[in-house]
Design a protein around this ligand. Structure first.
Ligand SMILES: [Zn+2]
Length: 417
């Protein structure tokens, strides 16, 4: 009994001390404060007629009841809550099987011995056995990079290069020249094509000033040549769909769009996400013998049913995971099943070359860890989860699929240590 009454007294005085404001709100008319406090049934202000959400600056504290915080809220830049979740964390420094980065942007690193040496050290620390340069090299630039790679004993089998296509001046005579240049680049040592950049579709113009569409028939001979030469075509089309939408407070990429002006595609100046996707898919369909790799999971990793439909309709299309880890790691169960189902058609690629970011991919692919940080806040305001792929799937994603679709990688991958 004594314990019970002592507890009651402590609890009651805590309520009095800490809850003075709310007690006041319950017993006296609400002050006209900026928190909208008060109301007959307690704190908060009921929705205005017709509203379906709270006004800006307030949050829904009970169904259809809004309230503003008493303190000035932090901006999305400054709100950095530390998680209280205590759970196993499996950090993964190296990929479980030797990996091929199919979406490499090594830039200048592959043009000099010193650059290649530093690349080799970075890749060793990650278990990336091979980097595929997707920097659109062609002609003399390609030859100069290939010469540097071949001269480097450590890296001669660990870098392979995709050729670029020059989409300027597409018109009569363009295709013959482009195919001839591609054949020369393959003879020099290119093993595929890419990365075809998003500017195809978004911004490149034909000589008459019209937008060069991704499925323009004048491009057909180059895609057919890629089939004949057994070159996979690595293509980046459009960008995240939010980049094409109004930059309002419902936009999932608001911060990124506010930071980077060149990622905004106002719809009075650019084709829509749907237009670009439709052109790409039409081009994929027109060339069933050409092997395509849609970069960034086609920017539809947030809609796996749509991505699955694309994969089902077009067996010549593969996909690649660079820079969409935020979508992979936020739907671990469905993404696990997607990877298992399409395990023969998903390639590992990283995109922007930041060695410290690769381990986040390994952790998402290989563990079942819960709720951990992603490497770029402005991409995503959420946490990631491991998708815990089986070993057989990991091997294919890390190297088997790239080797199967790219004949020019196989001997080097086998020889590389
Ligand atoms: Zn890229």
């Amino acid at each position: 009994m004594r314990r019970t009454s002592a507890f009651y007294i402590v609890a009651a005085s805590l309520t009095l001390a800490a809850g003075a404001a709310s007690l006041a709100a319950q017993t006296t008319p609400p002050p006209a404060g900026r928190n909208g406090g008060g109301g007959r049934s307690g704190r908060g202000t009921a929705f205005a007629p017709g509203d379906t959400s709270c006004p800006l600056g307030q949050t829904e504290i009970r169904p259809r009841t809004c309230m503003a915080p008493e303190f000035t809220p932090p901006s999305i830049l400054d709100y950095r809550p530390r998680t209280t979740l205590v759970a196993d964390a499996h950090m993964v420094k190296t990929s479980k099987y030797p990996s091929i980065d199919f979406h490499g942007h090594p830039g200048q690193l592959i043009f000099s011995e010193q650059g290649l040496d530093s690349l080799s050290r970075a890749l060793d620390a990650l278990n990336v056995r091979m980097m595929v340069s997707a920097d659109n090299l062609s002609g003399d630039r390609l030859k100069s990079a290939l010469a540097a790679v071949r001269a480097n004993a450590k890296m001669k089998d660990r870098v392979r290069i995709l050729a670029g296509i020059d989409f300027r001046n597409v018109g009569p005579g363009w295709a013959e020249k482009a195919v001839a240049q591609l054949e020369a680049d393959v003879a020099a040592g290119a093993v595929g094509v890419g990365e075809i950049s998003k500017s195809l579709g978004l911004s490149i113009k034909k000589p008459d000033g019209s937008r060069l569409k991704i499925d323009d028939p004048e491009l057909d001979p180059i895609w057919d040549a890629c089939a004949r030469l057994k070159l996979p075509v690595f293509i980046h089309t459009a960008d995240p769909s939010e980049f094409f939408k109004p930059i309002d407070y419902n936009n999932e990429r608001w911060l990124e769009l506010a930071l980077f002006g060149d990622r905004r595609y106002p719809q009075d100046r650019f084709p829509s996400f749907e237009t670009l996707s439709a052109e790409r898919d039409n081009m994929f369909r027109k060339h069933p013998k050409t092997i395509f790799v849609a970069a960034h999971m086609g920017w539809i990793a947030s809609d796996l049913k749509r991505l699955a439909k694309m994969m089902d309709e077009m067996p010549n299309v593969n996909t690649e995971v660079g820079a969409v880890l935020y979508d992979i790691g936020r739907q671990p169960r469905n993404m696990h099943d997607f990877f298992v189902k399409y395990q023969d058609r998903i390639l590992f690629g990283k995109d922007s070359f930041q060695p410290e970011e690769y381990p986040y991919y390994w952790r998402v692919f290989e563990t079942h860890d819960d709720y951990f940080d992603y490497y770029r806040n402005y991409h995503a305001f959420w946490k990631l989860y491991g998708i815990d792929l089986p070993d057989a799937v990991l091997k294919k994603v890390y190297n088997g699929n790239a080797l199967r679709i790219t004949p020019g990688l196989n001997a080097a991958f086998a020889a590389a240590k």
